[in-house]
Design a protein around this ligand. Structure first.
Ligand code: FE2
Length: 487
């Protein structure tokens, strides 16, 4: 593996983010197809058919300034599983920025750590590198700061263009949106630095934009994810802001405010802004939601959301260290616990509790067909405290109790898994009737594999492990699209 050459002088101190261009993060320079990957062990189940897609930063050219992983051009790796055989393909997302730089033969955009001042001729890069979701037979590549939603063919990985309905409204989509597979609706939000700071929208199963409303926030915020239930959408107003001093100078710097609550806004799926109700919780940031659903009990009608609560850094006296918290979030150092927030639509009551105080867990997934419906099982990646974006193990959790039901680590110190995705078996009859899929880079053996687990029980290790001919750079999010959803 090789990294990208440094843009700074050779004797300049190493920027910590430059480490995220080296070793297991080193970008690929090729776009390749590998058919019939060889098995290392086990057998690929015949009732698993579809494609596992994983997005992540893969700079085409050495960055001009200070690098952040959200800047690297989005590259999708696709492992297509068909009748017991697996093929691997990788392609860049051909965004406007990628095409301009390709034509230019060098980087010409600025990243999120660069100042706007003095660089007005250099636009901010929308890299489309953060998430992938499957909707109407296509994959959508999305970006951290709310960018264009780029449509891809999920098998060929050809970039088909911007999502037409969203683009026609001048809209963007944030890093994370949700697809309700029960009705094939896409629920999304976008946010920005101009009032009202957030918009919420719905794309129908026919591909048209069927709803888009402004949501007024107290100021510019940096929400990363959202949640849906059968009838409602949950929007996030978290105390993570742009630092106003840095912002005035044109810099993107995070500020965490421990004096502000975390607020979740519950709005009917097709609701007007006036129908939104805010619920307040202890201050925190949330990168990722596991799932949400509705419940009814003697106390009323609840929206329950389970997620990974970013645990604010604490000083010796127990108070929140806001500076350290903002630094950790910006550096993608995950310090999260599985958490449950409940919002009572009948009474306005809000409750929260930690479900698992022991494990640092992030990059969660559930059975996609049950997003927005009650789910018992969540699949999460263990987070390494020392290495950014190292996921040394995989874990299946009971979302009611927080209990670990099963887990797996091949090499506790040397395994780097990708975000695991649940893939339902053909004709699945119950929630965890299927498989868990992830790439694994094993730094000890210098071996890249695709690992397929039986989702019932991860503790026996992969039931199939396939050798990849070269490494897959560490990245962000992925999804599974079954054959029946490939269009
Ligand atoms: Fe994310």
């Amino acid at each position: 593996m090789h990294g990208l050459p440094r843009s700074a002088p050779a004797d300049a101190p190493l920027d910590p983010m430059e480490a995220l261009l080296q070793g297991p993060f080193a970008p690929r320079h090729d776009e390749s197809d590998f058919v019939d990957l060889p098995l290392v062990q086990g057998r690929v189940p015949e009732d698993l058919n579809g494609v596992y897609l994983r997005n992540g930063p893969n700079p085409r050219f050495a960055p001009l300034g200070r690098y952040h992983p959200f800047d690297g051009d989005g590259m999708v790796h696709a492992a297509q599983v068909q009748a017991g055989a697996v093929r691997l393909r990788n392609r860049w997302v051909r965004t406007d920025a990628w095409q301009h730089e390709q034509a230019n033969g060098a980087a010409c955009y600025r990243g999120i750590r660069e100042t706007r001042q003095g660089l007005s001729e250099r636009p901010l890069k929308d890299s489309a590198n953060t998430d992938l979701i499957g909707h109407r037979g296509r994959a959508l590549a999305l970006w951290y700061l709310a960018g264009d939603a780029w449509e891809l063919d999920p098998v060929s990985l050809e970039t088909l263009g911007r999502h037409p309905a969203v683009a026609a409204q001048g809209g963007k989509i944030s890093a994370h949106a949700k697809v309700d597979e029960q009705c094939e609706e896409l629920l999304f939000f976008d946010y920005g630095i101009e009032a009202p700071y957030l918009h919420y929208g719905v794309v129908g199963r026919d591909g048209s934009l069927s709803h888009r409303v402004p949501i007024a926030l107290p100021g510019p915020r940096l929400p990363h994810d959202m949640a849906i239930t059968e009838h409602f959408t949950v929007l996030h107003d978290l105390p993570l802001l742009h630092d106003p001093g840095a912002f005035a100078l044109g810099r993107h710097k995070l500020l965490f405010r421990a004096d502000l609550p975390a607020r979740f806004g519950v709005i009917p799926r097709y609701g007007s802004p006036a129908a939104l109700r805010w619920f307040e919780f202890s201050p925190c940031f949330v990168y990722h939601v596991v799932n949400a659903w509705e419940e009814h009990d003697l106390r009323g009608h609840w929206v329950t959301m389970v997620g990974c609560r970013y645990m604010p850094a604490k000083r010796a006296d127990g108070s929140i260290d806001t500076l350290e918290t903002a630094r950790d979030i910006a550096a993608l150092r995950m310090r999260a616990r599985l958490w449950r927030w409940r919002m009572n639509l009948s009474t306005g009551q809000a409750e929260e509790c930690c479900l698992d105080p022991e494990h640092n867990l992030e990059f969660p997934t559930v059975n996609h067909a049950r997003v927005g419906r009650p789910t018992r099982y969540g699949y999460l990646a263990d987070q390494c405290e020392q290495e950014v974006l190292q996921f040394p193990g995989l874990r299946k959790c009971d979302l009611a109790s927080g209990t670990t039901l099963s887990s797996w680590r091949e090499h506790p110190a040397a395994s780097w898994y990708s975000e695991p995705c649940f893939a339902a078996a053909n004709g699945a009859r119950y929630e965890d009737d299927g498989y868990l899929i992830a790439f694994q880079w094993n730094a000890a053996s210098q071996r890249q594999t695709l690992d397929i687990f039986d989702a019932h029980d991860l503790s026996s290790g992969p039931i199939a492990q396939l050798a990849l001919p070269r490494h897959v750079p560490l990245g962000f999010h992925g999804c599974w699209m079954a054959d029946s959803r490939l269009g």
